[in-house]
Design a protein around this ligand. Structure first.
Ligand code: ZN
Length: 278
């Protein structure tokens, strides 16, 4: 019996995911990416943490509980204080609860971000691009233009060549519902900007860790969806016809395909009509 138990434990151990986890509870985990970079997942939202040697750089707080937990866990990883907070954008599901990080000397957001983000006032703003050196790391920030929101930025960390991008594009995952409130042509431009950046590893604000090809595939999906919806509606097909007949099968393994395929088609049609393309 003892032997069976140890075999069972051995099998469980071997089947456990390969990625080591430095801290976790039921809702969240911190996973090292190498080079003193860490991916923090809180339920369906993700951020990136960098321990630079001259302070810790954190990104989206997500919410007060998440940021409070992350701050405590960072305190177990390093004695360096949190010196920089970089907001990907100001949407509440990613940007709430920043006060839970405590007093952070440098708070960075895009120029279009509101005066305060859930009570936190950015101290540094930029319009197009900004490069920030903190200890051993350089953070290259790039504005993605309007589309998903109006203050969305991408971050690439050197020398690791790790990109952190929220909401504009995710790895192997359909786009969010019906592109709420957005002009999809602007959204495509945002993904083009991400695709033009130089990086190897892609950390999305949602979904798994990916690479450069995942961004290119996301861009291809958007372009194919746009062309197919435009062609179908121009030829007199109804939205119902499109949902029934559009062949997006090659993306069926992507996350949220079942839930968001039809919504993606609806949102694309809505955006094409609103922008006058139809
Ligand atoms: Zn957003």
């Amino acid at each position: 019996m003892k032997k069976l138990l140890s075999i069972a434990l051995l099998v469980m151990f071997c089947l456990a995911p390969a990625a080591p986890v430095v801290a976790q509870d039921a809702e969240r985990e911190i996973t090292p990416l190498g080079g003193d970079l860490y991916r923090f997942r809180n339920r369906f939202h993700v951020n990136l943490v960098a321990v630079t040697g001259a302070g810790v750089v954190v990104t989206d707080p997500i919410n007060a509980d998440a940021a409070g937990w992350l701050k405590r866990e960072i305190g177990k990883l390093t004695t360096q204080p949190i010196t920089h907070l970089i907001y990907s954008h100001s949407h509440g599901d990613h940007a709430s609860g920043g006060k839970a990080y405590g007093e952070v000397a440098n708070v960075i957001a895009h120029a279009n971000a509101p005066e305060t983000i859930d009570g936190v006032r950015p101290t540094i703003r930029f319009s197009d691009e900004m490069s920030l050196v903190v200890g051993a790391k350089t953070f290259e920030l790039t504005y993605l233009g309007p589309g998903h929101g109006s203050d969305l930025i991408a971050m690439v960390v050197r020398p690791d060549n790790v990109a952190f991008v929220v909401d504009a594009v995710s790895a192997k995952r359909l786009f969010y519902r019906d592109f709420p409130g957005a002009n999809v042509d602007h959204w495509i431009e945002q993904v083009k900007v991400v695709n033009s950046l130089d990086f190897d590893v892609f950390v999305g604000g949602h979904g798994p860790v990916g690479d450069k090809a995942d961004v290119a595939n996301g861009l291809r999906y958007l372009r194919e969806l746009r062309a197919a919806v435009l062609e179908g509606l121009s030829a007199g097909l109804s939205l119902a016809d499109l949902k029934q007949g559009l062949d997006l099968d090659k993306y069926k393994d992507w996350a949220s395909y079942e839930q968001w395929r039809d919504l993606n088609i609806e949102g694309m049609a809505r955006s094409l009509r609103e922008s006058g393309a139809l």
